[in-house]
Design a binder for this molecule. Structure first.
Ligand code: CA
Length: 221
């Protein structure tokens, strides 16, 4: 049974998450401030941490920073305020594995938790390919030629979206809705930031900027 730590100070939200997870067979514990959350998260007793950013005593960013500085590898899903792209980018750069903007539906959080725990996935292996770049959707592994490329969950989802639409121009709004799955401010630059990360990992020439429109996967070979 997977054990999940819920670091959330709002009783209504903590209880909503806890009830949902217990109904799915997870063991849960709630921490209502950052200091307690940090102490429990670093204990190694949890398989995953759901971490609110706005916590008393020590905020979620500080908890995350300390955990990663300790070398704790426990997957962390950060709960962020809606419309706070800065929180998202800072959270992911600070070592979060994923994030969940508030308000959210329980199923959305559950899907992210299952993904991070490596839970049930489709058994039919699917590999998407384009000119030496391949993504194995089952193992979440990316390769360029024979070289394994280490992509974050978000980078992988972004690459997957491009590979599913080869040669097609995808607008920032399309990429936001497909990869981030949440109504970001269209003025947000999170897509540009992640395209830059991805280019750095899979090669600059694969993703073409189409000025004023968006990005396109260049079909090589
Ligand atoms: Ca809070």
């Amino acid at each position: 049974m997977s054990r999940i730590l819920i670091a959330e100070d709002e009783p209504r939200i903590a209880s909503f998450i806890e009830k949902g997870l217990r109904a799915q067979g997870f063991a849960t514990e709630i921490a209502t401030d950052g200091v307690t959350a940090y102490g429990r998260a670093r204990s190694g007793e949890y398989d995953l941490v759901v971490l609110d950013i706005g916590l008393p005593e020590m905020d979620g960013f500080a908890v995350l920073k300390l955990l990663r500085a300790d070398g704790a590898k426990v997957p962390v899903i950060v709960l962020t305020a809606r419309d706070s792209t800065q929180d998202v980018v800072a959270g992911l750069e600070g070592g979060a594995d994923d994030y969940m903007p508030k308000p959210f539906r329980f199923e959305e959080l559950l899907a992210r938790i299952r993904l991070r725990l490596g839970g049930e996935r489709s058994t039919d292996a699917t590999v998407l390919r384009s000119g030496g770049l391949s993504l194995d959707l089952r193992t979440r592994r990316a390769n360029v030629g024979d070289t394994v490329v280490d992509l974050s969950a978000r980078e992988f989802a972004l690459a997957e979206t491009f590979l599913r639409h080869p040669g097609q121009v995808l607008s920032r709004e399309q990429l936001l809705s497909r990869v981030w799955g949440y109504d970001f401010d269209p003025g947000s630059n999170v897509v540009d930031v992640y395209v830059r990360y991805l280019r750095g990992k899979i090669g600059t020439g694969r993703l073409e900027t189409v000025r004023g429109m968006g990005y396109r996967l260049v079909e090589k070979d």
